[in-house]
Design a protein around this ligand. Structure first.
Ligand code: ATP
Ligand code: MG
Length: 775
């Protein structure tokens, strides 16, 4: 451990070895906050603190995985027992154990944004509301913000201000939609992303014993990127830390960029008021970037009024100034990025992965991609539509979800007629009506179709019965088969693969490949569990990872690629060379964020985050004209460029010169005038495709290939084993065979048994993994 501690400067060392009490580290980008958290956990372990008593919350599961890997390097296997992940993944895990207090089954489904929006769309339709006024996405974000502010349905109807605000926005029936949505999720045994936080809060508030149990468990709590916690997350942390007050949070108010999703910068500002005797630490030395980059970033953030003053300096080399490049169109901008990457790579023998292109909106990636492809530069887009949200993948996982939880309404709707089996929308609508009227799930309504009065003809009833028979047969298989065998069987026998095969188009082939990739992923997952002697409910585990996964995870394929991502996605990451493209007024800062000073300041923080990702070199590019909303518009350079002190930038082309780009192409060195082509207005299809691209998600989860220690199986039988097991019992373990229990300790998630197996081994097993059979 000493060796590692010597890798910290004095200011970093102090909070690292401060074991007890509440503490906050506020420091600028690249100053080692994440490093301190990592080393601190390793230090706690080295001081004999049990890994089971440590909870670390990170912003992405990728970050958690990296941190865990680093800690394992220092302290070894004990790192496996740390509770580490995003708020969503950690509390999903806890809710599997405890959700029954709130009436949820342990195998509850997690609805992703797509599922939630589909359900809301269906409710809006069922209620006969105008879908142009009740726009699904807006309704979704409104309901999401209620939940993250802990405004339950009941609280909503007691709050005239909220109701009035919705009425003013011409949506007087928001409350009813909210209620119906919450009821339907509950009935489907489903939680959406916001529920994972809201229900955790509910659990900890309503059940003091449960709270006490987890307070006792998580004696040491650490939170990275604390500036971006929302109210719901804040309350969870506060409740859990209340007893021992061993809480360490790190953050940078200048990097708070999720206010639009409810993140509350006051959480960091008020930390000192929340706990007694808070120790406050500051780190000032940046280890990531050159002097020019640090200087440029500091000079930008100076323009914000709301901020905690802090010093960020670096002993690193001066480096090159930030390069500002003017392009004519987005295609031209893409060409500049690609050719610069290509040349820099060649001249300095760099890897593709030393480069990142960051943008304000995901739609900007297309022009960059085109240019990179022409140069044969491999790239990867992070964010956008995650692998697991692709249609063909969601179709397969919907079958798996329904097998696990037949109440899952969204899964059922997705596949009841896919592949087509002659069950139309009208039939489905009637089933939904019957389900709503009787309080039964759609699945149960179909099961009982013969004994209820419903206007569905006999032919269709037969088809419905066949569907149920099919799913029931899968359920039977799920009792014995592992997740991979089941998923493969389902893909084949449900007709899904056949359906994709029929297609014959290149898209169809890609979709088949994706399904194959999914199966490979499940296989890896299952094998990972076998390696860990961990034969739990692999299907439930896998589906949870899928639901919480986004595209930052599961970094597969050749890692040597140029990274393309939105700035929001880039938080906490670092790259040698960073291009920030689309540095134009109305794009960055976004036109939608210029109504108030605080919105503009959030955009500026976003720019600060972007700049500070760069280690060696930052490039800013803007165009003179850009297609936006289907029209070619004149663009102006972003005010943020001008806010950088002159000494840190190299403006290759003067900023404010106005051109008619149609006439004045020749000023661009790398573009021959006769080759300059202006884009045609986007076709309706392309626009639609772009509109359908989802914004990157807030929550990022375990990569699907990650072989990790699996969490509890909370099916009835494993609980039964937990409670029935006593010292002296003879048990059977899937891998180790017969043995005798010689010791039991811990409860709930931490219950362990020491077992002497007949093969001579004595093993200490966590019951939640071990799945023992009592003989
Ligand atoms: P951000 O605000 O962007 O999340 P951060 O404050 O979390 O940044 P880290 O990511 O922990 O900063 O550190 C930035 C870089 O500096 C990393 O590459 C890290 O390994 C390196 N670093 C941090 N502290 C030291 C140190 N004392 N000596 C050498 N390198 C360091
Ligand atoms: Mg960090």
């Amino acid at each position: 451990m000493e060796k590692y501690l010597s890798q910290l400067n004095d200011a970093q060392l102090e909070p690292t070895i401060q074991v007890n009490g509440p503490m906050i580290i506020i420091a600028g980008a690249g100053s080692g906050k994440t490093r301190v958290l990592t080393y601190r956990i390793a230090y706690l372990l080295s001081k004999g603190i049990d890994a089971f008593n440590i909870l670390a919350l990170t912003f992405t599961n990728k970050a958690a995985k990296e941190m865990k890997g680093r800690i394992a390097d220092i302290v070894g296997d004990e790192a496996k027992n740390l509770w580490m992940g995003t708020f969503h993944s950690v509390f999903a895990k806890i809710l599997r154990f405890e959700g029954h207090h709130l009436g949820y089954p342990s195998n509850f489904t997690i609805y992703d944004t797509q599922d939630s929006q589909k359900l809301m769309g269906a409710i809006i339709r069922e209620m006969g509301l105008d879908k142009d006024i009740y726009k699904t996405k807006q309704v979704y974000s409104r309901i999401s913000s209620y939940k993250n502010s802990l405004v339950t349905v009941k609280a909503y109807f007691k709050n005239p201000e909220l109701m009035e605000a919705d009425a003013m926005a011409r949506r007087p029936r928001m409350g009813e939609i909210y209620k119906e949505y919450v009821d339907r999720c509950f009935k489907a045994g489903a939680m959406d992303f916001d529920d994972l936080l809201l229900r955790t809060n509910e659990l900890l508030t309503r059940f003091p014993n449960v709270l006490a149990q987890y307070q006792d468990k998580f004696r040491y709590i650490l939170v990275d990127e604390y500036q971006d916690t929302n109210h719901s997350q804040y309350l969870i942390v506060r409740a859990l830390a209340d007893r021992f007050q061993n809480i360490c949070v790190v953050g940078d108010d200048a990097q708070s960029i999720y206010a639009f999703r409810g993140a509350n910068i006051n959480n960091i500002l008020n930390f000192q008021k929340d706990y007694d005797d808070v120790k406050m630490f500051r780190l000032e030395q940046n280890y990531r970037s050159t002097k020019n980059i640090v200087g440029a970033a500091n000079s930008v953030i100076e323009h914000n009024k709301t901020k905690i003053d802090k010093i960020v300096w670096t002993a690193n080399v001066e480096g090159e100034k930030v390069i500002v490049h003017r392009a004519m169109t987005d295609a031209d901008e893409g060409r500049y990025v690609a050719s610069t990457i290509w040349e820099t790579k060649m001249n300095n023998q760099l890897d593709n992965s030393d480069f990142a292109v960051l943008y304000r909106t995901n739609a900007q990636s297309r022009a960059i991609e085109d240019a990179l492809r022409k140069r044969d530069l491999p790239y990867r887009i992070y964010g956008g539509l995650s692998f697991y949200q692709r249609k063909e993948i969601k179709d397969v996982t919907a079958y798996l979800r329904l097998i696990l939880n037949s109440a899952d309404e969204e899964a059922l709707k997705r596949i009841i007629n896919y592949p087509a089996r002659g069950i139309g929308q009208t039939t489905l609508d009637r089933l939904v009506v019957a389900a709503n009227a009787t309080g039964k799930t759609i699945y149960d309504v179909i099961k009982e179709i013969d004994s209820i009065s419903i206007n569905i003809n006999n032919g269709t009833k037969n088809k419905l019965r066949d569907f149920i028979t099919l799913i029931e047969s899968y359920k039977v298989m799920n009792k014995t088969a592992n997740a991979f065998d089941l998923a493969e069987h389902v893909s084949k026998t449900s007709g899904l693969v056949k359906e994709l095969g029929k297609d014959g188009t290149p898209e169809g082939v890609t979709k088949m490949d994706n399904v194959q990739e999914l199966l490979n992923g499940i296989k890896d997952f299952v094998e990972g569990q076998i390696e860990l002697a961990d034969a739990g409910d692999s299907l439930a585990e896998f589906l949870e990872d899928v639901a919480l996964a986004t595209d930052l995870d599961g970094d597969k394929g050749d890692p040597n690629h140029v990274a393309l991502m939105s700035i929001h996605m880039a938080k906490g990451l670092e790259f040698g060379h960073v291009f920030i493209v689309g540095m134009e007024e109305d794009l960055f800062p976004s036109a939608m964020s210029m109504n108030t000073r605080s919105e503009l300041e959030e955009e500026r923080r976003l720019f600060y985050v972007a700049l500070t990702r760069a280690e060696q070199q930052a490039y800013l590019t803007y165009t003179l004209s850009r297609y936006r909303w289907g029209k070619l518009i004149d663009a102006e350079p972003s005010r943020f460029i001008e806010e950088i002190d002159d000494e840190f930038v190299n403006i290759v082309t003067p900023l404010k010169e106005r051109h008619n780009p149609m006439l004045d192409a020749s000023i661009f060195d790398d573009v021959e005038p006769n080759k300059v082509r202006f884009k045609k207005p986007k076709t309706a299809k392309l626009q639609k495709k772009e509109a359908m691209k989802k914004p990157e998600k807030f929550i990022i989860s375990t990569p699907k290939k990650l072989k990790r220690v699996k969490h509890a199986k909370v099916s009835d039988d494993s609980n039964a084993v937990d409670s029935k097991l006593t010292v002296g019992n003879t048990v059977n373990h899937q891998r180790f065979g017969r043995g005798q229990v010689i010791k039991l300790e811990g409860t709930g998630a931490d219950a362990k048994a020491e077992i002497k197996f007949q093969n001579g081994d004595t093993k200490n097993l966590l019951l939640r993994f071990a799945k023992l059979e009592i003989l």
